[in-house]
Design a protein around this ligand. Sequence first.
Ligand code: GDD
Ligand code: MN
Length: 383
Amino acid sequence: AEEAGADGEISAAGQPADGPVRTSVTVIVPTFNEAENVGELLDRLAAGLPPHLDCTAVFVDDSTDDTPAAIERAALTCPFPVSVIHRSVPVGGLSGAVVEGLKAATSSWIVVMDADLQHPPSLVPELIETGRRTDAELVVASRYAGGGSHAGLSGRYRVAVSRASTLVTKGLFPSALKGISDPMSGFFAIRRSTVHAQAGILKPLGYKILLELAIRCRPRTVAEVPFSFQERFAGESKSTVREGLRFLAHLVSLRTATPVARLITFGLIGVTGFLPNLCGLALLTALGLHYMAAEVVANQFGVLWNFVLIDLLIFRNSREHRHWADRLGRFALLANADLVLRIPLIALLVHRADLAVLPATALALLLTFVVRFISTELLVYLP
Ligand code: GDD
Ligand code: MN
């Protein structure tokens, strides 16, 4: 076999001229305690594989049970190569695992799928075939494309959550997710060339690896194949409420990739800080504190609230340079300096720039806000 064509597809010597082109694919399967599923998965994958697909399965495993042993056992009777990357430090959860697999892959196509058979293995050849036929860089197996279904999504509640989060997500990233009806799908095929060019900027977090790749790698053309999401074969879902919160953090992290988007988010979070501030003020004055003293203290409630949200959401990936107490101290200092400096600034604008009080206040707010954002980036989060 030899490499041929820009997309690195392999054409084997002696192959009939009109037959399908030999294509290599790595099937990446993240696993967390899926011992009873991996054998069945490999069996069904092998059963549906056409002879022109050179398949390799890579399990990226964070299990605490005997899943690695179950994979090794199933690999013995599997007609294609199977490997296991066992991670002792499972950073990034499911998505982190998939990214490990992406980096290890050398094939022209990569398929990502779950181990629990909710994603039908028989669809793998069709995903690749669709990508080849339409020249797409990404092919999504979609529950929401015509003919697809989410039958295996247990309960009305999960269906509603899935629908709603899909809508919100598509609203947040209209251009990157154009043509993708199911950006939350965990089942898709992508060309290795599309991923590898951008592998360095991936910041995987939680469950939604397709979202991460669609937004950060920007595949030029996307195709979809409808599929019906099955019931789990064995075991239970590893998804938790905590995973839901991680998803929100992931959305913010994707949305705040540019400084302007970070500035806007910083402002929106800042506005929500009025809530704890006002509540604190009400509480402290009710306790008999003078309103001026109460406001100084209540303002710190708002600062703390803002710090927690900004630290977790906007600067999630830049927290490692300082201890949290150091970050909080610096953040609080900047926030209080902002408050103290705003009043002389307003006076300056009124007396020196001849502005009326209202526009002067608005301008001062805006100026100190931008300065606070920049100094927070530089002094709290940059190394
Ligand atoms: N390596 C690794 N590390 N694998 C994990 C981890 C982890 O921390 N957490 C889960 N997995 C593996 C599971 O073993 C399984 O193979 C796959 O990831 C999906 O996990 P499930 O627990 O079965 O997820 P789900 O069914 O709730 O969610 C799936 O469907 C959603 C659509 O409703 C996933 O594909 C989601 O990405 C998808 O959005
Ligand atoms: Mn599942």
